[in-house]
Structure formats: C-alpha cells, structure tokens
Design a binder for this molecule. Structure first.
Ligand code: NAD
Length: 334
C-alpha cells in the first residue's frame, strides 16, 4: 500500500484522474490516495488557489499525481502549476518522449528524455512595465540551479543505461546567462566520462530533432527552451494526448501530464486519459512497481495499435469511459 497525494485539478482533470485511478487499481497496485484541491475552485474557501494543505500533503506523502489546473490569462492569480514547482523546489521537469507502438505519428524512432530546469530562467516571474509602452522580463541563470539539473540528467543517464547527454542553449547570443549554463554543463560532464556529452544551440536542436531524432538520447535545457523543445517532442511522438511528465527533486515527485485543463471539452467525457496514465506509469516506476507500469504501457500500445477505441484527439469517437474500459480489458490479456 502506497500513500499518494491526488490533485484532481480542474477542466478535464477530475475525469482523467479518476480514469487513471481505476486503471492503476485494475493493474493490482494498492494506493491510498489523499485527495487535495487547488485552483480557481478553492479560491473562495481558502482565499488562495494553492492552499497550504496541498503542499503539506505532497511533503508528507513524497509522491503526488496531479491533474491540470487552469491559469487565468492576462490577469488573476499566477499559475498554480508553476507555483507548486517553485514552492517545493521541484527543480527537474522530466519529460520522456518515446514513440509508443500504434501512436499517431509519422515518425518511427524517437526515444529522448528531456530534463528541463524548472525553477528559474524566464520563469522566475520578474517582470515589470517600463512606462506605458514597454515591458521587461528578467531571465535568471545561476550556477547552482544549472549544476543540479545537469547532474540530474547525467545521473539519470547512468542509472538508465543511456549513452549521451546533450546540453541545449543559446550561448552564441545570450553569452552570459546561457554561457554560464553551457560552461557548467561542460564542467559537470567531466565527472561522467562514460557518458558522451555534446551541446547544441536551441534552434539547431529543434531542426535536428525533426530531421535526425534517432541521434538524441538525454537532453538538458534551461526552463523556457525545455518547455518549447518538450512540446516539439510531444508533437513528434503523437501529441499532448500521449506525452507524460514529472516534476522532481531529491525527495519529492509530482507526476502530471504535459497538457492543460482542456476547458473546451471539460465535463463531456471526451478527454484522453493516456498522457496522465503514462505519467502515472512513471510514478509506478518511481514507487518500484515497474511490472505494473510496463503492463499498463503494453495495454496502451495494444489499444493504440488496434485503433478501435480511441478518443477524438486520437482520431476516434470513443468516450473517456470507453477508452478507460478498453485499457482495463487489455490489462487482463497476456
Ligand atoms: P490544453 O493542453 O488544455 O488544450 C490544448 C488543446 O488540446 C485543446 O483543444 C484541448 O481540448 C486538447 N487537449 C488537451 N489535453 C487533452 C486530452 N487529455 N484529451 C483530449 N484533448 C486534449 O492547452 P490550453 O488550452 O493552452 O490550456 C488550457 C488551460 O490549461 C490554461 O489555463 C493553461 O494555463 C492550463 N495549463 C495547465 C497545465 C498544467 O496543469 N500543468 C499545463 C498546460 C496548460
């Protein structure tokens, strides 16, 4: 029995988290979920979109599964998703991008793992207006944050038999900030002589990933480039509906899909739970339940390959409920 914090989120969040809970239970993993809520829906009760009990629950259980949470555009509160990462110092945003069998993509050979720096860069939120017609955003890069994310990427490569780490930057233009990130990456790489290391400028990296995806393995990037390149990779493997993610530090792990709350289809039983389910598979691996994770992944591949019961984003007409049942049925098939 594992204790895990569950943040259902809003929009499609409650529908897809429920689907994932059912599938995990069908895979035979016993989890005691502690459900806590965050986002606009709790503003009235708590006076904040991120109540302290959410953070306390994650700190206590050390592992959380999180649905997406809507961020108001332009005004209102800042992103709760970003706030959770910053308040808990979840400095690693892990986004594996592997093409699953049957996934809706024209590409055949991509299996990269993205380590996105999660705490600073342009996401430090230091922004102000300069007069009426200009605004300034400040990008923060520190040695400490750069070193720990690069080290996390190398440690992952070692533990998971990966051969190469690529540091991605724009140091030709941002000579000080990205220059620091690049030189820290080069220094850290010297501690890992058995892992190949190279670096790429971010625009070239995007082109290379589309043209020669098979050449890349583990990527480590500052915050903004990590955000953009991981969505590029999501596109290469079949879209946000099949792209998992996690936010980690050395003690805590919050697993969540890359996609948002999809307000356009919320409450309609149309959402695809697979991205959150794949995030939950990362969670099961983290908990030591590799067998259940691999059984669920195989069931997802089978459902994608058969192509009979798919949600609209995957080109089908099935509901969330039907897709969930289909995955559970496949779990029983050896
Ligand atoms: P989105 O990912 O919610 O939706 C983009 C498009 O993809 C929509 O057409 C949506 O219907 C579709 N889509 C996304 N996930 C889907 C799924 N599981 N199944 C089927 N279709 C799916 O992106 P957005 O519209 O830019 O953002 C909506 C809200 O979510 C915003 O408030 C944004 O800030 C928030 N958001 C939250 C997170 C998070 O919680 N980590 C991440 C990204 C965006």
């Amino acid at each position: 029995m594992y204790n895990v914090t569950l943040i259902p989120g809003d929009g499609i969040g409650p529908e897809i988290t429920e689907a994932v809970q059912q599938i995990i239970s069908a895979a035979g993993v016993d989890i005691k979920w502690q459900t806590v809520n965050a986002g606009a829906n709790v503003m009235e009760e708590y006076g904040t979109p991120l109540p302290e009990e959410v953070l306390q629950s994650i700190k206590k259980n050390k592992v959380a599964l999180k649905g997406p949470i809507t961020t108001p555009v332009g005004s209102g509160f800042r992103s709760v998703n970003v706030a959770i990462r910053q308040k808990l110092d979840l400095y690693v945003n892990l986004r594996p991008a592997k093409i699953l069998k049957g996934a809706p993509t024209q590409f055949s050979d991509l299996d990269v793992v993205i380590f996105r720096e999660n705490t600073e860069g342009l996401y430090a939120g230091i922004e102000h207006n300069v007069g009426d017609n200009a605004a300034e955003s400040i990008k923060i890069t520190t040695r400490e944050a750069s070193e720990r994310i690069v080290r996390a990427a190398f440690e992952y490569a070692l533990e998971n038999d990966r051969e190469q780490v690529t540091a991605v930057h724009k140091a030709n233009i941002l000579k000080l900030s990205d220059g620091l990130f690049k030189s820290v990456a080069e220094e850290v790489a010297q501690d890992y002589p058995d892992i190949k290391f190279n670096n790429k400028i971010v625009d070239n990296m995007c082109m290379q990933l589309v043209q020669y995806p098979e050449d890349y393995d583990v990527l480590v990037l500052p915050n903004l480039y990590g955000d953009i390149v991981s969505d590029l990779c999501a596109g290469l493997i079949g879209g946000l509906g099949v792209t998992p993610g996690a936010n980690l530090n050395d003690q805590l792990a919050v697993f969540e899909a890359v996609h948002g709350s999809a307000p356009d289809i919320a409450g309609e039983d149309k959402a695809n739970p697979i991205a959150l389910l794949l995030s939950a598979c990362l969670m099961l691996e983290h908990l030591g339940e590799e067998k259940a994770a691999s059984q669920i992944e195989t069931a997802i591949e089978e459902v994608l390959t058969r192509g009979e019961v798919l949600t609209a984003d995957l080109g089908g007409t099935a509901t969330t409920t039907e897709l969930t049942e289909e995955i559970i049925n496949q779990l029983g098939v050896e």
